[in-house]
Design a protein around this ligand. Structure first.
Ligand code: FO1
Length: 327
């Protein structure tokens, strides 16, 4: 629990660095960014279209992944959930034939219980997220892209439209997809302070998250894409595609199935309107000219993060692109 009084609403601060984030890849990059630039001068704007309601509880996977990772508490084997977790509640639920394909660890459950209770009390998601982040000792501000409910829906060849976690976890994203849409996006409003933070930031970073189902929903909240595009010269994106494949998750397959070239060039085309610079991995250096031909300045650097040191090195590369130095 936080020391100060609980608030029902939360407005984003206006720090120098704003990072648009999905889950695991973004969380890793943020561990590097807080090493090389003051965490209290940073804001992570996180996708909430993966959110789901299970057992009556509001689960926000990407928000929790960012918070747990920055707190040093994430499960290192999965990249989500808590390290050293136990699963007694799931085992007990299994006895009743309850939903156990989406696994909520015993300690992780407390986060969802707390979030749901506070939202039932009238707190918005941004306020509860700020409370949770403070309770884990984070100095960086973590903001859901919107306080409104948005939900990624995936159209599959065999089963028609299904919810995101049904696709991602239950079907292990091992199904063919013909369309992705974000339910609620058109009616959603950016979280309080978000547009102002984007306008005031010295640099905006697009994390190496899935461009379709992680960054897509963030940019899809009305006003956000326009606010980022207005700052295009200050925006640096990192490609989540390395050597034609995603390091984690279904970004490569989704890009192909939805008609995008699955390469750093395909990523450059997706971000051409919002980012002036794309950082690509050394494995893709031969495609640097093609990235530039897509209208995006290209920086070649090691982008695979296998620990805090490599994440910090990538963060330094990104900050050099926009001239932001250590605060
Ligand atoms: N991912 C899985 O592959 N299986 C799970 O059972 C699972 C549970 C889970 C619980 C809490 C949470 O915050 C994340 C969880 N994830 C799980 C990860 C999550 O579904 C995805 O990584 C993201 O939605 C994609 O960014």
């Amino acid at each position: 629990m936080t020391d100060g009084p609980l608030r029902a609403t939360f407005a984003a601060p206006t720090p120098s660095l704003v990072t648009l984030a999905g889950g695991v890849g973004a969380a890793k990059l943020l561990t590097g960014l807080i090493r090389v630039h003051s965490p209290s001068d940073q804001l992570a704007v996180v996708n909430t279209a993966d959110d789901t309601v299970l057992h009556g509880l509001h689960v926000s996977p990407d928000l929790d992944t960012v918070v747990y990772t920055l707190a040093g508490a994430v499960n290192p084997d999965t990249g989500w959930g808590l390290a050293g977790e136990t699963w007694q509640a799931m085992d007990a639920l299994d006895r009743y034939g309850g939903i156990t394909w989406f696994r909520l660890g015993d300690r992780d459950l407390a986060t969802h219980l707390y979030r749901t209770h506070r939202m039932d009390q009238g707190a918005d998601l941004a306020a509860v997220t700020a409370e949770i982040a403070a309770a884990w000792g984070l100095e960086l501000a973590v903001l859901p892209v919107t306080n409104d409910r948005i939900e990624t829906r995936v159209t599959t060849v065999d089963e028609g439209e299904i919810g995101f976690q049904d696709y991602f976890v239950r079907r292990r994203h091992d199904v063919s997809v013909t369309a992705v849409r974000v339910d609620g996006a058109m009616a959603a409003q950016p979280a309080p302070g978000l547009i102002e933070a984007l306008a005031a930031a010295r640099s905006i970073i697009i994390a190496p998250s899935n461009p379709i189902v992680s960054i897509g929903p963030v940019l899809g909240v009305p006003g956000v894409r326009e606010a980022v595009a207005a700052r295009r010269e200050a925006v640096v994106a990192v490609s989540p595609i390395v050597g034609g494949a995603a390091l984690k998750g279904p970004a490569d397959r989704l890009m192909r199935e939805l008609g995008h070239e699955c390469s750093v060039v395909g990523v450059a085309r997706l971000y051409q309107d919002v980012a002036a610079t794309l950082v690509i991995d050394e494995a893709d250096s031969h495609l640097a000219d093609d990235v530039e031909a897509a209208g995006v300045a290209c920086v070649v650097a090691p982008t695979v993060m296998d620990g805090v040191e490599s994440a910090a090195e990538l963060a330094r590369t990104i900050l050099k692109c926009t001239g932001v130095t250590r605060a």
